[in-house]
Write a protein that binds this ligand. Structure first.
Ligand SMILES: Nc1ncnc2c1ncn2[C@@H]1O[C@H](COP(=O)(O)OP(=O)(O)OP(=O)(O)O)[C@@H](O)[C@H]1O
Length: 254
């Protein structure tokens, strides 16, 4: 079966800073995949290049076997994206946002209305459906963003830190929806810093550090009998500073 995502030598530099240094990312179809790595490892830059939001300086990226930069329309019809720093049309209501997205995707009006109503209900947003997005909380924004990304029933869903700022109840709602999505054979790839969550949800993990993939495979293989957190610390080198220099901290004589 074709992998959902495959990159070869994906490379991006910002001036002198190499952000992504020849990434070979593989995610098999139907996976619930986690992309983890320390701050600045290159996760967002990698996901942005795979979803066609940022042009690579080198290498290739394929989604469902289609070349992201050569076949952009094929790829964009197949993917849903919840980017970091999600920008939404703030002056639309949640319902209008979904209807607008659906129409942009070319879905017939009646079908969009039906899907939007179902997604709003599943996300527990029916009561806020006619409220303007500008007045949504952080968690509500993530949920409406996810609903918009799912509306056209993508084959591969990319989520950049989808659980950040989301309360436990909403996080459960999001995970239920995503589990249902992957159970039907679709693929989810999400970046996160929360190892417990990745360990609980994912069956495939890619670990990035300093612009490279340093480990990748089924969750059990990457863990290698350790907790994912322990494996992660060993793979990325653990804390670089143990705080020995902070002798003044907590030494307040008052
Ligand atoms: N627009 C930009 N201009 C300059 N440097 C950038 C830009 N975007 C990212 N970088 C740099 O590229 C590197 C990778 O950043 P990226 O945001 O991809 O990492 P990340 O793994 O997503 O980090 P985090 O977990 O903190 O979100 C970092 O060193 C960052 O400073």
């Amino acid at each position: 079966m074709t992998d959902a995502v495959r990159t070869h030598g994906l490379f991006k530099r910002y001036g002198p800073q190499v952000a992504v240094a020849g990434v070979e990312l593989v995610v098999p179809s139907g996976s619930f995949a986690g992309l983890v790595g320390p701050n600045g490892a290159g996760k967002t830059t990698t996901l942005s290049m795979i979803t066609g939001l940022l042009r690579p300086d080198g290498g290739t990226a394929e989604v469902d076997g289609f070349h992201v930069w050569r076949d952009p329309v094929e790829v964009k019809t197949r993917i849903g994206v919840l980017p970091e720093g999600l920008r939404l049309f703030e002056r639309l209501s949640g319902r209008e946002l979904l209807l607008y997205n659906g129409r942009l995707r070319g879905i017939p009006k009646a079908q969009v209305e039906e899907r939007a109503a179902e997604l709003l209900a599943v996300m527990d947003l029916t009561g806020a459906a006619d409220k303007l997005v500008v007045d949504y909380s952080t968690g509500m924004r993530k949920k409406i963003g996810l609903a918009a990304a799912l509306l056209h029933n993508p084959s591969v869903l990319f989520l950049d830190e989808p659980f950040e700022g989301v309360d436990p109840v909403s996080a459960n709602t999001l995970t239920d929806v995503l589990r249902r999505f992957t159970a039907s054979g679709s693929t989810v790839i999400f970046s996160s810093h929360v190892m417990d969550l990745v360990e609980r949800l994912c069956d495939w993990v890619s670990v990035m550090s300093a612009g490279h993939i340093v480990a990748q495979g089924p969750l059990a293989d990457v863990r290698g009998g350790r907790s994912l957190n322990q494996a992660f610390l060993e793979l990325v080198g653990g804390p670089r500073d143990n705080g020995e220099g902070l002798t003044w901290l907590g030494a307040n004589p008052r």
